[in-house]
Design a protein around this ligand. Structure first.
Ligand SMILES: [Zn+2]
Ligand SMILES: [Zn+2]
Length: 298
């Protein structure tokens, strides 16, 4: 399950303990962030337990109205449960200038409305995710701001005003939570036509009418699956390639050098050739550290 809710929560520390007890009782696993501005979770569990969880949250006036995005799976998607308190559920780094998406956010578009508007020649689509998410899959023709972190987006927008001025701005992310805030920020910066994809890529990929049309690759998700299918039109294509041999490949692995551990694309063939380092630098670093260990043993 994937969900978020922007709504002011009182006594977040108390609520966190209560929520932790509920998840433990139900045997749920995953990652949940709780802040005064709301909550954001991605959770797995046995079907009857996840149903009880959703019912409990819907009965609670503090969390009523959450929309859950559900994907059936054969097993847990997470190794354990982690619930944390945060200042914000997503951060644009606006400090005292921060605002609540409850009062300011871009217009929500259904998947069908999005599909229609993304082909408008006055529209510009902005991907509000990170580069490693983008590389696995994204909307055709979208723009990825060149930033390292989500919190750097405001500065990028201010530097690139001319690119966005007078356009219909369409923002999207995995499940919608980042765009609730990012689209509100764009409105506050004075852009007039700002839209966001309701429910994000995940909902777009599940919509029976659009079938994920216009999205290429797979959608990066923050659990053991790493990626989920979006485009079901039969015209999807792999847009990433193996870092070593260049073959089309959407298989993310972690660099074998423990101090790097960066995710990169590597085909099964190259991984068995023991070339599972993201770079020559990491491969050499491993050789050097193995040699150092060897010397210690002498
Ligand atoms: Zn390869
Ligand atoms: Zn590496």
């Amino acid at each position: 399950m994937l969900y978020y809710l922007y709504r002011h929560l009182d006594d977040v520390a108390g609520y966190l303990e209560e929520h932790r007890r509920l998840c433990s009782q139900l045997g749920l696993r995953g990652r949940i962030l709780i802040a005064e501005e709301g909550l954001n979770g991605t959770v797995s569990g046995e079907t009857p337990m996840t149903e009880r969880y959703m019912e409990t949250l819907q009965r609670d006036t503090r969390t009523q109205g959450i929309e859950f995005k559900i994907d059936p799976a054969e097993a847990h998607a997470f190794p354990r449960l982690s619930i944390k308190l945060r200042e914000e559920v997503v951060t644009l780094g606006l400090g005292e200038d921060d605002f609540s998406p409850v009062t300011l956010t871009g217009e929500h578009l259904s998947p069908l409305e999005w599909q229609h508007l993304m082909n408008d020649e006055d529209a510009i689509m902005i991907d509000a995710r990170n580069q490693y998410e983008w590389e696995l899959g994204h909307f055709d023709g979208a723009l990825l701001p060149q930033v390292q972190h989500f919190r750097e987006l405001p500065e990028w927008v201010r530097r690139n005003r001319s690119l966005l001025e007078g356009k219909k701005i369409l923002t999207y992310c995995t499940g919608g939570i980042r765009c609730e805030k990012f689209s509100g920020f764009l409105l506050r910066e004075g852009f007039e036509e700002v839209y966001q994809l309701e429910g994000g890529i995940v909902s777009y990929g599940k919509d029976a009418l659009v079938q994920g049309e216009g999205f290429s690759g797979r959608c990066y998700v923050f659990d053991e699956r790493i990626g989920v299918d979006v485009n079901r039109t039969g015209k999807n294509r792999v847009i990433s390639s193996c870092h070593h041999c260049g073959a089309a490949c959407d298989r993310y692995v972690n660099c074998s050098w423990s101090r790097c551990n960066r995710q990169y694309f590597c085909c099964a063939g190259c991984e068995t050739d023991a070339l599972h380092y993201c770079s020559d630098v990491c491969a050499r670093a491993e050789v050097v550290s193995m040699a150092a260990l060897g010397n210690e043993g002498d």
